[in-house]
Design a protein around this ligand. Structure first.
Ligand code: CA
Length: 721
């Protein structure tokens, strides 16, 4: 009723008259073919044809705009010559107090985005007016089921298919809602309540299916997998396991049997990991789903697979048949991974001409610092060159199709400073590709970590139901690369295998990029600026001061003859929690103070966006009534780190904007014990994204309180800007 699309109408008319002959019937069909299509927003069915159409500039239909994941728009109304005139067309203040990392979609003049705790909002893409909201009630699901959810309440995006939108929730559900009114159609669970997994990636919709992976490798003995469901019903269609299970239980398929040959010891007791939390692409031309896989569980191979081995399919790009989930090919980007080098980064499809030959390529710049060009017809690596300082691998040997890894990378002698860091030379921040210029734009981090085995080589305490980080390796604080700025945006030529230009940035964690035919690359930065670069040489041609860190990538679309550029303003992701200090740039972005926003820009924009409060560095409270016990504070430091308080409340308890700075919190002062217990153990603030930690003892909670008070007195005060 009211949801008949043009295609369906035609098909039913053809069916109706297929058995008849005669002029009348033919005329009716002809009339139906020439009638203007009544494509109202509610009637539109998004198909793979549309999702593959690079020429549609009215919408932004998929996470990476189209199935190619290029994030390149042929729009050039806004271009290098006039971008200086770009101004806010509209803005919307967002009540969310947390991570802004998502790519919005635009369908028929409606912009959809997913925010904190996976709430979806529909916004009028012309005016910024909110139309409706859908809340999957994530906090309730977690509380009702006593789930272990430690971090990442955000989602990086949505998918649109037929008349529906799809989202994956933090707690592990795939939800389909009606695109017109946000009414739920179905939901299904992709992992059991009692597993420590989470989902931050978008659901990938394609060919009547929706696909999703999961994350959480560090939080328990998990075995990663990806799953495809029927887009209309939510019924599971296929599942592919990323690492093999216990051989005694039998293997699910031949791929598992092959993978098991690359593992040693009793890896299955550790789960193995490999979780696919981001980076998946539907390759229509070869009817394959290509996805990236994560690091091992635990990180340290000496614990996970003590006799060595490549440990397939950790840190790999894997292609499976889109209909069946059957293995087709793989490229392992970090054999035997010990360094948290996920290959969960974007996989971008392009037609390249290499050595005179046309290549159907998949491009991939994972954490490990190598830019891969893969022939996606067979999984052969055509080139893999370093795009940042790298010392874990000497080179990728094209002949052997694998990395040459020096002994030092395994830190057998104790400790070793290894590039890139565990945050990667490139993480989930979107890479874009301009096919007209033949350039990929990579948000790059230039950092290292010192890895050590000391006291960790037999440590398996990460296992079990403890809400604890478990990686079986020690990490010294991260260091900046002495040869490069801490962060950069670079343009990479995938045919010549080299960097064409690079712009240095003072901070790592630059946001995802958008490329346009106007010879522009747009990128937001942790320092609060949205910049447009000349895609040919990296020159800054426009910038906008958003007054708050940016982590989400921009999109572009055209309505009523007007090109718009829109994005979510606000920080997000793992490094964000340290933007207040702890060795990181102190930008003064403060939880609860600075306004998250959605802003759309146009060349004749006239919206006046209220200024943000000035940056504010935390002022730790010195509580004279609280008598600090050094031993308790030392124990508390360990609890704070191992239970991942650090992930949101910051290194050294100097919080970035993801969560309050605990040194200023009233709940950690003298007399705040009971409230503190209610929050941490009882989950009183779960609705704001603060997880609950029911296993923490009174003693451990008390230790954290002493640690925070000690940090308030002695901790590093960020330098400020
Ligand atoms: Ca990881």
């Amino acid at each position: 009723m009211g949801r008949i699309c043009f295609g369906t109408t035609l098909r039913s008319i053809k069916r109706m008259y297929s058995s008849r002959t005669g002029l009348f019937a033919q005329l009716l069909v002809a009339a139906a073919l020439t009638m203007p299509a009544p494509l109202y927003a509610e009637d539109r069915m998004i198909t793979d044809k549309e999702l593959s159409d690079e020429s549609n500039t009215a919408d932004w239909l998929a996470y990476g705009r189209t199935h190619s994941e290029q994030r390149f728009s042929p729009l050039k109304d806004i271009n290098v010559d006039n971008v200086g005139k770009l101004k806010p067309e509209w803005y919307l203040d967002l009540p969310d107090k947390n991570d802004m990392v998502g790519t919005p979609l635009v369908v028929d003049g409606v912009l959809y985005y997913v925010g904190t705790l996976n709430v979806i909002r529909a916004i009028d893409a012309r005016t910024g007016k909110m139309l409706w909201e859908y809340d999957p009630k994530v906090a309730k699901e977690i509380t009702d089921n006593n789930m272990r959810k430690v971090f990442w309440s955000y989602s990086r995006g949505l998918s649109a298919y037929n008349d529906k939108l799809y989202v994956a929730t933090w707690d592990g559900r795939i939800v389909a809602i009606n695109r017109k009114d946000g009414k739920e159609v179905w939901q299904t669970r992709t992992f059991p309540h009692d597993t420590p997994l989470n989902i931050t990636g978008h659901v990938k919709a394609f060919d009547g299916k929706v696909f999703v992976g999961n994350g959480g490798t560090e939080l328990g003995p998990t075995r990663g997998y990806v799953t495809a469901y029927d887009a209309e019903t939510g019924k599971q269609l296929w599942r592919f396991f990323i690492v093999p299970g216990n051989p005694a239980d039998g293997f699910e398929d031949e791929a598992q049997e092959m993978a098991a040959k690359t593992w040693t010891g009793k890896w299955w007791e550790h789960g193995g990991g490999g979780n696919a939390w981001h980076g998946w692409t539907y390759d229509k031309e070869f009817n394959q789903l290509i996805f990236g896989t994560g690091n091992g569980s635990p990180w340290n191979r000496k614990v996970r697979s003590p006799g060595g081995g490549d440990n397939l399919f950790l840190c790999s790009v894997v292609a499976v048949d889109a209909n069946t989930g059957k293995y087709k090919w793989h490229v392992q980007t970090a054999p035997g991974d010990t360094w948290d080098y996920n290959s969960n980064m974007d996989i971008v499809l392009a037609d390249l001409k290499i050595d005179g030959k046309n290549v159907k390529a998949a491009m991939h710049a994972p954490k490990n610092g190598f830019f891969y060009v893969i022939d996606r017809s067979n999984g052969k690596v055509l080139s893999a060159e370093k795009f940042a300082d790298v010392n874990w691998s000497t080179k990728f040997d094209l002949e052997k199709q694998t990395h040459i890894i020096p002994e030092s990378a395994w830190f057998n002698d104790g400790e070793e400073n290894i590039y890139p860091s565990v945050f990667g030379a490139h993480s989930w921040h979107a890479m874009s590709y301009n096919p007209e210029l033949g350039l990929a734009f990579i948000p790059t981090n230039h950092m290292s970590n010192t890895f050590t085995d000391k006291g960790k080589d037999t440590d398996t305490s990460w296992r079990g139901n403890k809400f604890q980080l478990g990686i079986a390796v020690g990490l010294a604080p991260m260091a900046s690369d002495p040869h490069e700025a801490r962060g950069s945006l670079q343009a990479w030529d995938p045919v010549k295998n080299k960097r064409v230009w690079q712009v240095n940035q003072k901070s790592a964690w630059g946001a995802g990029t958008l490329a346009t035919a106007g010879n522009l690359v747009f990128q937001g930065l942790p320092e609060g600026k949205l910049k447009a670069y000349d895609a040919r040489d990296g020159k800054v041609v426009w910038e906008y001061d958003a007054g708050l860190a940016i982590s989400a990538p921009p999109i572009t679309y055209k309505l009523d003859g007007k090109q718009m550029v829109a994005l979510l303003i606000g920080p997000g992701g793992a490094l964000t929690s340290n933007f207040a200090g702890g060795g990181w740039d102190a930008f003064g972005w403060k939880y609860g103070l600075h306004q998250r926003r959605l802003i759309a820009f146009s060349l004749d924009g006239k919206a006046v966006v209220p200024p943000q409060p000035a940056p504010q560095i935390a002022k730790p409270i010195i509580d004279k009534e609280f008598k600090i016990d050094d031993a308790k504070a030392a124990a508390g430091a360990g609890t704070y780190a191992v239970h991942l308080c650090i992930a949101c409340h910051g290194g050294g308890a100097a919080a970035g904007i993801m969560a309050p700075d605990l040194r200023e919190s009233p709940h950690l002062l003298h007399g705040g014990e009971e409230t503190f217990k209610d929050i941490v153990r009882g989950g009183a603030l779960l609705g704001k994204g603060m997880p609950r930690f029911p296993t923490l003892t009174d003693e451990e909670l008390e230790g954290i309180r002493h640690y925070i008070r000690k940090q308030a007195v002695e901790g590093a005060t960020p330098a400020g800007h």
